[in-house]
Design a protein around this ligand. Structure first.
Ligand SMILES: *[C@@H]1O[C@H](CO)[C@@H](O)[C@H](O)[C@H]1NC(C)=O
Ligand SMILES: *[C@@H]1O[C@H](CO)[C@@H](O)[C@H](O)[C@H]1NC(C)=O
Ligand SMILES: *[C@@H]1O[C@H](CO)[C@@H](O)[C@H](O)[C@H]1NC(C)=O
Ligand SMILES: *[C@@H]1O[C@H](CO)[C@@H](O)[C@H](O)[C@H]1NC(C)=O
Ligand SMILES: *[C@@H]1O[C@H](CO)[C@@H](O)[C@H](O)[C@H]1NC(C)=O
Length: 269
């Protein structure tokens, strides 16, 4: 008699964490002074109360900081203004809308709309509208016949999109393969701090990178390896240092999700 024994192994593996911009820390969550000061464009540290507070939208001077303020602010007419709703923003294309508020990425042709109104890749019928469009599920690409959701860099080596022209991918000049870009391939501190775009759902598609000042290399963000100085900055503002003390504490998600991917392998004998 053949016995089937199923053994379930729960293996935790170190895997890339995609940062979710829907889970950006609120100023009030930044209890560590360094984090609050690090986000100086969005929050301000009150030295009396030792609390981190929202900077009023009207005092945020850079669009890149303004448009990541969740539903608090948006960028219109060259100013950071209080957010009311996506529909009150004028925008005929996705990129015009995203550049006013990343949480308003859709357009009805004249006005911007929330994430709920994003088209699916499959519903797009022309290559121009398809290529690099962010659907809710991920970035779209034209495969020659139809608009599909891109899931790997190798797809960008086809005939109908320019070879390897996606910011999260890089052409390997030896193998001529279009491969995922790695933090270690980013040159310099500024490029490194921006992280890498991947194929995840819209706003949940960034791999964080941080600059290692000892080795002068760019490395991938893993919460357990971070310290109070690089936790918040290299996580696109989605993780924070959970202690007022610099030497004690951990780098944790502002939304405390599970970060470890568990895989169950069933072995049959
Ligand atoms: C925040 O920290 C990151 C990484 O440590 C650094 O690159 C960035 O310049 C800091 N930003 C500010 C505004 O201090
Ligand atoms: C923007 O919002 C802040 C905080 O809710 C409020 O104090 C301020 O008056 C608002 N500004 C305008 C121009 O509505
Ligand atoms: C787009 O939405 C705005 C605001 O809801 C509305 O006034 C406008 O008529 C809509 N435009 C089209 C083309 O549907
Ligand atoms: C590119 O086009 C050629 C001929 O039209 C086809 O045989 C090949 O499979 C295509 N390659 C990809 C990656 O789509
Ligand atoms: C590469 O992609 C960008 C959009 O991400 C597009 O604007 C640009 O035209 C593309 N470059 C080429 C050479 O196709």
């Amino acid at each position: 008699m053949i016995e089937k024994i199923a053994i379930a192994l729960c293996i935790t593996i170190v895997t890339s964490i995609t940062l979710n911009l829907n889970e950006i820390c609120q100023c009030s969550q930044l209890i560590q002074e360094y984090d609050c000061i690090n986000s100086s464009m969005e929050c301000s540290w009150n030295f009396q109360s030792k609390e981190c507070q929202d900077i009023p939208c009207s005092e945020i001077l850079f669009s890149s900081f303004c448009i990541q303020q969740s539903q608090r602010c948006y960028w219109a007419n060259g100013q950071c203004q209080n957010f009311t709703n996506c529909q009150s923003l004028l925008g005929s294309t996705q990129s015009i809308c995203i550049n006013q508020n990343i949480y308003c990425p859709a357009s009805n042709g004249t006005n911007c709309q929330s994430v709920d109104y994003l088209q699916t890749c499959a519903s797009i019928t022309t290559s121009n509208n398809c290529n690099y469009y962010f659907s809710a599920a991920g970035v779209c690409m034209w495969n020659g016949q139809s608009c599909v959701q891109a899931t790997s860099c190798s797809q960008f080596q086809g005939n109908s999109t320019t070879s390897c022209n996606f910011s999260g991918c890089q052409l390997n000049y030896q193998t001529k393969q279009c491969q995922p870009k790695l933090c270690s391939q980013l040159n310099g501190e500024i490029q490194c701090s921006q992280g890498i775009l991947t194929f995840g759902p819209y706003l949940n598609n960034i791999i964080g990178c941080y600059w290692n000042y000892e080795s002068y290399t760019c490395e991938e963000f893993y919460p357990s390896q971070m310290n109070y100085m690089n936790c918040y900055g290299s996580s696109a503002g989605t993780y924070h240092w959970n202690s007022k003390k610099e030497k004690k504490g951990d780098c944790v998600s502002c939304y405390q999700q599970f970060l470890i991917l568990s895989i169950i392998i069933t072995m049959l004998f």
